[in-house]
Design a protein around this ligand. Structure first.
Ligand SMILES: Nc1nc2c(ncn2[C@@H]2O[C@H](COP(=O)(O)O[C@H]3[C@@H](O)[C@H](n4cnc5c(=O)[nH]c(N)nc54)O[C@@H]3COP(=O)(O)O)[C@@H](O)[C@H]2O)c(=O)[nH]1
Length: 529
């Protein structure tokens, strides 16, 4: 009897273990597939930009070592982020001239491979004194070749470098395996392995996740840290500010402005582009000086962040916004009120206490509040950020990642932070219909959000074609100048009253119609512009 019970217990334990592993493997495979696609799309984006720069040079007639052509090569390097060198070479890779006037010869590592849909080819070469490996894009111009070099190291993204146990990533660049994350152990049958390749470039990504790693990652969050260029940008900002400020110390100036209530909320409407309804808004701060001058946030937010005044500023902004919109929001509980938070807000639970204190006893429900953390500035401690986010969510507050796709958080943020919403950056919206990689990133984000059951908001939407594209690709929420810019309080409240009175404002844009949507908001827009 005892033996049978032990056997049963053993079987049940084994069943649970096996069942858990099946779920972990399924989730691991889905995440690995998305991560592989994410890495591939980023690599394609860099190559796409490099190929476009090379094509532009050819279209501009660059094919000699004359001064004008060297100048054009130089401009291309300065204007195109991943480019290390533009050069004119012969068939053996001897550099005839380059954007910096000289250049060490290219030593071929692999044969030239075609880039689909173009007359360009791609190969891996070594160049420079240290014999650095680089991807070379090449096109024939007369008897020679015009080339651009992209250093292999630019393909190492931060989410690739983030520690995750049992994760191996290999990127094949023109036939050369570049190990982005080595996998210590050999792959066994329980491990997850996915691969994906580019349709245009000779590039592919392979990801392996060991079952031990999946178990370990499920058990505990990962420590994640990174340094940023914030210091330099703040230094530049402080220098610029010191030449224009009326008072001596810009920090004192800013503190005094916060205390005097000069920080005022503007509200940018967020729309449901499927129904045409107003969903809520993003609060964007403005500094309204006593003389009436309205200073944009890009002129003072960096200083607020590095001086620590951002906590005071955000708190004051939340109070002012609360007082301004409380009456309208109290009777429309589905309307959301979003605030920008800085990475430092997620280092401890001060923001949780602030939000609870500001909105706790107010007519605005905590479930109406959303905090947006930008992907541009790195979160110093992912574990702490995750705890802070969970504490906010326990209050009913929603949390979003802002500017998705622009920073280095990448998939890592989405997978680790457990946010409710992602906001796709304007950069990708601007490129809709013009750049393949941008569309691929939007599609990847929508697919990812569907898998993870999180909401997506498109930012910086400016045209009806973009609205159409987004809607047909599963994005249902958007904000941008096509609907309204950030509005002063009175105008936004008028808009809320009108939009919510006409709650069922019909969506005027169907098919390829150019009719504005929703009609009310753009009619009002004329009066704000
Ligand atoms: N920590 C905090 N950061 C804040 C706060 N308020 C603003 N900010 C950050 O400052 C940056 C600049 O903001 P702003 O000048 O207000 O610009 C925002 C929008 O007005 C603008 N926008 C929105 N739609 C469009 C559009 O269709 N076209 C166009 N050209 N611009 C558009 O984009 C900015 C939105 O920024 P984001 O936060 O990424 O949504 C900005 O980084 C703010 O985050 C604050 O209180 N705290």
């Amino acid at each position: 009897m005892l033996f049978a019970a032990l056997c049963c217990a053993g079987l049940i334990a084994f069943g649970i273990e096996a069942g858990t592993d099946v779920i972990l493997r399924e989730r691991g495979a889905a995440q690995a597939a998305l991560q592989a696609k994410d890495i591939l799309v980023r690599a394609e984006a860099r190559l796409h930009r490099s190929a476009a720069a090379l094509a532009d040079l050819v279209a501009g007639g660059v094919k000699t070592c004359r001064q004008g052509d060297i100048e054009a090569m130089r401009r291309a390097v300065y204007a195109t982020t991943p480019l290390k060198e533009v050069a004119l070479v012969d068939a053996q890779g001897a550099v005839l001239c380059s954007h910096h006037g000289f250049g060490s010869d290219h030593r071929g590592m692999t044969a030239e491979q075609a880039i689909a849909g173009t007359s360009l080819t791609m190969s891996m070469v070594r160049f420079g004194d240290g014999q650095e490996p680089a991807l070379r894009l090449r096109v024939a111009v007369g008897q020679h070749y015009l080339t651009v070099l992209v250093p292999a190291e630019v393909f190492e993204t931060d989410d690739v470098a983030a520690p995750a146990q049992g994760l191996g990533i290999r990127l094949m660049l023109a036939g050369v395996p570049t190990v982005l994350r080595p996998l210590g152990e050999p792959v066994d049958s329980d491990d997850v392995q996915v691969a994906t390749g580019s349709g245009q470039f000779p590039v592919s990504v392979e990801i392996v996740r060991t079952i031990e790693g999946l178990r370990a990652n499920a058990a505990g969050p990962i420590l994640y840290s990174r340094a940023g260029g914030l210091f330099i940008s703040t230094l530049i900002f402080a220098l610029a500010l010191s030449t224009t400020r009326r008072r001596q110390d810009p920090v004192d100036d800013l503190r005094a402005a916060i205390d005097a209530g000069e920080m005022v909320p503007y509200y940018q409407p967020v729309m449901d582009i499927s129904s045409g309804r107003l969903i809520g808004c993003e609060v964007l701060v403005r500094w309204r000086r006593p003389d009436g001058e309205v200073v944009p946030p890009s002129s003072f937010i960096p200083l607020a962040e590095t001086s620590g005044l951002i906590f005071e500023l955000t708190n004051r902004l939340m109070r002012t916004a609360r007082d301004e919109v409380a009456a309208v929001y109290a009777t429309r509980p589905s309307l959301k009120l979003g605030f920008n938070a800085h990475a430092d807000h997620f280092l401890n639970d001060r923001i949780v206490a602030d939000v609870e204190q500001v909105f706790g006893g107010s007519p605005i429900r905590l479930s109406q509040i959303m905090l947006e953390v930008t992907e541009r500035a790195p979160l110093a401690d992912l574990n702490e950020a995750r705890r802070t986010i969970a504490a906010l969510q326990a209050l009913g507050v929603k949390v979003a990642i802002d500017d998705v796709g622009t920073g280095h958080g990448g998939l890592n943020y989405l997978l680790k932070l457990g946010v409710d919403t992602i906001k796709i950056d304007k950069m990708f919206i601007d490129a809709i219909g013009t750049e393949r990689y941008s569309n691929a990133i939007i599609e990847t984000l929508v697919e990812l959000s569907r898998t993870m059951k999180i909401d997506v908001i498109a930012e910086g939407v400016e045209t009806f074609d973009q609205v159409e594209y987004l809607r047909s690709h599963g994005v249902h929420m958007a904000q941008g100048h096509v609907f309204a810019p950030a509005l002063p309080g009175g105008a936004f409240l008028d808009l809320c009253e009108a939009m919510c009175r006409d709650a069922a404002v019909p969506v005027a844009t169907h098919g390829h119609s150019r009719e504005p949507m929703p009609r009310y908001i753009s009619a009002r827009n004329r009066q704000f512009s």
